[in-house]
Ligand binder design. Structure first.
Ligand code: G1P
Length: 297
C-alpha cells in the first residue's frame, strides 16, 4: 500500500521585501486576509488534506509565527467569561496539537530547494507535501486535498499546475508535458523561470507539491540554478531523468498570488465578498467606486 501523506513543509524563511515596510517587524505570513493570517489559510488547507505534522522552515525575525501557533489560555478565559462563544470557537479552531509543529531554521537564503532540504531529517523516507503560503487557493474542495486524492491513485511526485499568460512564464516553474489524463498531466521536463520565448508551455507550477523522498536525495546533490538559488523545480525535474513519474495536477479553484500587492488586494476583496457578514457592505462599496471610475472615464 502507498504510504499516506501526513507531513507538510511550509517554507516561510523569505524576508518579504515586497511588503516593506510592513515586513520590517511582521512576518509576511502573519499579514491578514480579512481577519486570518495568510499562514492560517495554508494550515487549514493542509489539515483538510489529512496532514498531521507541520514543519516550518523559518529564519531570523519569524518569532511572531511561533507565537501565533501557541495556545492563548488567557485570551480564551477572557472570551469565556464574557460569553463570547463564537469568538472563542474561532480562536480554538486555530489551536494545534502539542508536538504537531516543528520549526527548522534555514541559516542562509539559498533558495526554495534548500529550504525544503533543511527539513529532510524530519521527513525521513515518506512522501510529503510542500505548501507555499503566498499562493492562496480558494476552492470548494481544498487544493491539497484534491491533490492527495489524485496522488493516492498515481503515486509519483505531483505539482499543482495552472495556465498562465505566456509573458508571465519567467515568474514560475514551467512544465514540459507529454500526456493529458483529465486533471492530470504527465510531465517530461520542468524549467524554473524560463524566458517567455524558451518556455516549453504555459502550464505553471503553483505552490502545492506532493513529493517522494527521492526528491530530497536529489536536493543533496543539487548546485544552484535559476537566480543562483537551489531550486526545488530542478530536484523534481531530476526525478524524470531518473525515470520516476512526475505529474502536474490542474486543480479546481482560484489562485491568488499573495506574494504580490495586487494579488493580495484581490484576495482581500474575494475573501471579503465570500463572508456573509461583509458581503453586502463591501459589494455596495465596490459598485459605488466602479461607477465613479466609469464616470471619470
Ligand atoms: C516558487 C517556485 C516556482 C513556482 C512558484 C509558484 O517561485 O520556485 O517554481 O512556480 O513558487 O508560486 P517563487 O514565487 O517563490 O519565486
Amino acid at each position: 500500500m502507498r504510504k499516506k501523506v501526513t507531513k507538510a513543509i511550509f517554507p516561510v524563511a523569505g524576508m518579504g521585501t515586497r511588503f516593506l515596510p510592513a515586513t520590517k517587524s511582521v512576518p509576511k505570513e502573519i499579514m491578514t486576509l480579512v481577519d486570518r493570517p495568510l499562514i492560517q489559510y495554508a494550515i487549514d488547507e493542509a489539515r483538510a488534506a489529512g496532514i498531521k505534522e507541520f514543519i516550518f522552515v523559518t529564519s531570523r525575525g519569524k518569532g511572531a509565527l511561533e507565537d501565533y501557533f501557541d495556545h492563548a489560555p488567557q485570551l480564551e478565559q477572557e472570551l469565556r467569561k464574557k460569553g463570547k462563544t463564537k469568538l472563542l470557537k474561532t480562536l480554538q479552531s486555530t489551536n494545534m496539537d502539542s508536538g504537531a509543529i516543528a520549526y527548522i531554521r534555514q541559516h542562509k537564503a539559498l533558495g526554495l530547494g534548500h529550504a525544503v532540504w533543511c527539513a529532510r531529517r524530519l521527513i525521513g523516507n515518506e512522501p510529503f507535501a510542500v505548501m507555499l503560503p503566498d499562493d492562496v487557493i480558494a476552492a470548494e474542495k481544498p487544493c491539497l486535498q484534491q491533490m492527495v486524492e489524485a496522488y493516492n491513485e498515481t503515486g509519483g511526485s505531483m505539482v499543482a499546475a495552472m495556465e498562465v499568460e505566456p509573458s508571465k512564464a519567467s515568474s514560475y516553474g514551467i512544465l514540459d508535458t507529454c500526456e493529458e489524463r483529465g486533471d492530470l498531466v504527465k510531465v517530461k521536463g520542468m524549467v524554473e523561470k524560463p524566458n517567455a520565448e524558451d518556455a516549453p508551455s504555459n502550464l505553471a507550477v503553483i505552490g502545492r507539491y506532493i513529493l517522494t523522498p527521492t526528491v530530497l536525495q536529489n536536493l543533496n546533490k543539487l548546485k544552484s540554478g535559476s537566480g543562483g538559488e537551489i531550486q526545488l523545480t530542478d530536484a523534481i525535474a531530476q526525478e524524470i531523468a531518473q525515470d520516476r513519474d512526475v505529474y502536474g495536477y490542474r486543480f479546481r479553484g482560484q489562485r491568488f498570488d499573495c506574494g504580490s500587492k495586487s494579488g493580495f488586494l484581490q484576495a482581500t476583496v474575494a475573501f471579503g465578498l465570500a463572508r456573509e457578514e461583509l458581503r453586502d457592505d463591501l459589494s455596495a462599496y465596490l459598485q459605488s467606486i466602479s461607477q465613479i471610475d466609469r464616470a471619470a472615464q
